[in-house]
Write a new protein. Structure first.
Length: 251
């Protein structure tokens, strides 16, 4: 345990072999005393470093945000995450798998899909502003900005390799499909004006997406001082007013 503290203090992601070598013993001896690396960290009362998958995704978010997914180097990603190439390709065997993982973990698509599934019977005045807020929270969660990932997802898809485009399109199609079903049902029920549902969704998503993508610039250059969730709520409410059923529209 004394040797392990020295190894941990050196930084990086030490392996069981590193701990055993520092103590002048074998890996078999290590496992006679500790069932795993986490057990050693627990005995030392030291929080273990994030797992390999978490480190890979965290590094990928930064790299994609800076340079886009198309220019991302898998070898550089392995170095940035502190994992071997073999570990990287075992967990994410290519950019398509990486994009799928990023979408599931960091993009607004999954939380919005869950919201639509759980509250599909809510009226538009309640659900649509919450959709906007959910999307905003996913991008600016915990004070972090994932605008770069959003830009890669929505603006670089057409220039990516076919298998990567397919991974992104599948996730986008899922949430758009849920929104189309919801909006179409609300139009049939007379709570939203009737128009092509995809055009209605473009009118909803466009301003909110534009606000999310340009918010850092608007704050820094234009002095925008409106709270983010308040801003996207106002945009959603403007869409609701535009989609309101008038007497003429109802007829």
């Amino acid at each position: 345990m004394k040797s392990a503290r020295v190894v941990i203090a050196m930084g990086g992601q030490p392996t069981v072999a590193d701990f055993a070598a520092a103590a002048g013993t074998s890996r078999a001896s290590f496992y006679r005393h500790f069932q795993s690396r986490d057990a050693l960290f627990e005995a030392l009362e030291v929080a273990p470093e994030p797992g390999a998958r978490d480190r890979i995704l965290s590094a990928a978010v930064e790299m994609v945000g800076a340079d886009g997914l198309g220019r991302l180097s898998m070898d550089e990603l392995a170095d940035r995450a502190g994992v071997s190439r073999a570990t990287l390709y075992r967990l994410v065997p290519g950019k398509a798998a990486l994009l799928t993982e990023l979408i599931a973990s960091y993009s607004p698509l999954e939380p919005v899909s869950r919201l639509l599934t759980a509250r599909h019977e809510a009226p538009p005045a309640e659900l649509m502003p919450e959709v906007a807020r959910t999307a905003y929270r996913a991008v600016f969660s915990g004070g972090e900005s994932r605008v770069g990932l959003m830009r890669a997802l929505f603006f670089e898809v057409s220039g990516l390799a076919p298998e990567t485009e397919e991974a992104a399109s599948e996730a986008i199609t899922k949430v758009v499909g849920l929104l189309v079903v919801y909006v179409t049902a609300q139009m049939a029920a007379g709570t939203l004006r009737v128009m092509h549902p995809l055009l209605a969704l473009q009118a909803f998503i466009g301003p909110i997406l534009f606000h999310i993508l340009t918010r850092p610039l608007a704050e820094r250059v234009l002095g925008l001082d409106v709270d983010g969730e308040t801003a996207v709520t106002l945009l959603a409410e403007a869409w609701l007013r535009a989609m309101a059923v008038t007497e003429e529209g109802h007829d």
